[in-house]
Design a protein around this ligand. Structure first.
Ligand SMILES: [Mn+2]
Length: 330
């Protein structure tokens, strides 16, 4: 039994990083966690347990990996990442994260590329996926990125389009699509990516859903609310557009069609970045919420009483911040 496997993040960086690994050390089975959920499932456990060595790339889930390592399922692992996290110290795991020596990398694809002395459009795809065009302004990495573009004869707009197409897989919550993308990129050139009709179609579908939801939002006195049904992972983009483009000071979005689950997301504009307290309150009420100072999301099993409870907490919390949701929720 000599098998190796890769477990990778579902976004363009995770997919590109997995593809680079396979270009350098050969084809192997690839696994993505269930899209949008930061946990391993039985499928990943069985893939890992039937292998001698598992690579975890761009996967900011050190606790899940440590759990596996402490079980008998994992034999040996290489963990490659660029996220802020507590460095993994474990006899079964080789840990690679330049942040542990104080160097912030734009993407895991840059870390993997450096480890294997690799350079291709995939290196840039991961970087552009994670930090966008600010990659070219980053100290040191901007210059490296320009050099790769030049030597590979790449155009910036093609790279940006390729990120959009690769990311359409997770936007559609298509876990198998995500994994197939990594295998596809192992061989594909950027032109092959740009010609993937199915990805073009997926991207179009989710973007249409996003603009429909954005246009349906009710906005009054800077407070926005929208409710929609979508099986796609569009809600964070929807509230971002409503706050950024439609200039809402606060936006709450509800998705009641998320594959048997309900989602509620909230984002505030500049000057109101203090929603952490609300996250605490939701958690205190047993609702799985997570986020940052300006945005949070919660996901729970489709259940009206849980939805009511969460919305009451959110309404009260934003009222304390000086916002009234009742007008736009009618
Ligand atoms: Mn990343």
């Amino acid at each position: 039994m000599k098998m190796k496997v890769i477990v990778h993040h579902w976004d363009a960086d995770g997919i590109s990083s997995a593809a680079i690994l396979m270009r350098e050390i050969g084809k192997m089975p690839v696994f993505s966690p269930p899209v949008g959920e930061f946990r391993f499932d039985a499928r990943i456990e069985s893939g890992v347990s039937s292998s001698e060595l598992a690579y975890f790339v761009d996967l900011n889930m050190p606790e899940e990996v440590l759990k596996l390592a402490d079980s008998n399922l994992l034999k040996r692992a290489v963990f490659i990442d660029h996220h802020i996290q507590k460095p993994i110290v474990h006899e079964k795991i080789v840990y690679h994260n330049p942040l542990s020596r104080g160097v912030a990398y734009p993407s895991a694809s840059f870390v993997v590329s450096e480890m294997f002395d690799h350079s291709s459009y995939l290196t840039l795809l991961g970087g552009l996926g994670d930090v966008g065009e600010s990659l070219f302004e980053m100290e040191d990495f901007g210059e490296r990125a320009e050099k790769i573009m030049e030597s590979e004869g790449l155009e910036k707009r093609d790279l940006i389009e390729a990120v959009r197409l690769v990311d359409s897989n997770y936007m559609c919550v298509d876990r198998y699509g995500v994994e197939e993308a990594a295998l596809f990129l192992r061989k594909a050139g950027i032109d092959d990516v740009l010609e993937r009709e199915d990805w073009i179609e997926k991207a179009r579908e989710v973007e249409e859903e996003i603009s429909r939801a954005v246009s349906e939002a009710k906005i009054k006195n800077g407070v926005a609310f929208v409710s929609f049904f979508s099986s796609n992972a569009i809600i964070s983009k929807v509230i971002r557009e409503i706050v950024w483009k439609r200039k809402a000071k606060l936006c709450v979005a509800v998705n009641k069609g998320f594959n048997g689950k309900y989602q509620i997301y909230l984002r505030v504009g500049k000057g109101n970045e203090n929603v952490k307290k609300l996250i605490e309150r939701l958690r205190g009420a047993g609702i799985n919420a997570g986020g940052k100072a300006e945005v949070f999301g919660c996901v729970f099993n489709a259940d009206e009483s849980a939805m009511k409870k969460a919305m009451e907490i959110i309404k009260d919390g934003v009222r304390e911040m000086g916002f009234d949701l009742s007008e736009v929720m009618r």
